[in-house]
Design a protein around this ligand. Structure first.
Ligand code: ZN
Length: 150
């Protein structure tokens, strides 16, 4: 097993190469959606942030061992704005947390996956992120995320 970067360990001691970082939902009204998840499921809001590069306002909710992200587009001509006008609000992408995003992207490319982002860019919380094209993942928009150094 090649060793790239500091391997995180789970409580059982095995190396955590990947994990579910978050599920992201496209919403038209962030405040309304926040009220729904807080009132119906008691989820706590970990913070709201504007990510200009992605054209979204993001709320991060605590889902125990993962997060739920609510994405409200900043304008209609942003990727999430277009998503909502084409399909309506709903699940937008899932995010797989990785330890070495560059190595994972190289490996995916080697296996013929289509990358939307050839190189990682900076997402919410300063994480390095990259998206894979749904055409090469069976229709699921998948984001990879390597957390910012603590
Ligand atoms: Zn995401």
């Amino acid at each position: 097993m090649s060793h790239t970067g500091p391997a995180r360990r789970t409580e059982h001691g095995e190396s955590e190469r990947v994990r579910l970082d978050h599920i992201a939902v496209a919403v038209s009204n962030l405040e309304e959606s926040l009220r729904f998840y807080q009132a119906q499921f008691g989820l706590s809001n970990l913070g709201v942030e504007i990510v200009e590069e992605q054209g979204v306002r993001v709320a991060k909710l605590d889902l125990g061992n993962t997060h739920l992200e609510l994405l409200e587009p900043l304008a209609d001509d942003t990727p999430v704005g277009k998503f909502i006008s084409q399909r309506g609000p709903g699940i937008h992408h899932i995010c797989i947390g990785v330890q070495d995003i560059c190595a994972e992207l190289e490996a995916l490319k080697g296996h013929g996956a289509r990358l939307i982002d050839e190189k990682p860019k900076i997402g919410a919380g300063g994480a390095q992120i990259a998206f894979l094209h749904p055409k090469s993942t069976g229709g699921v928009l998948i984001e990879l995320s390597q957390p910012a150094e603590q």
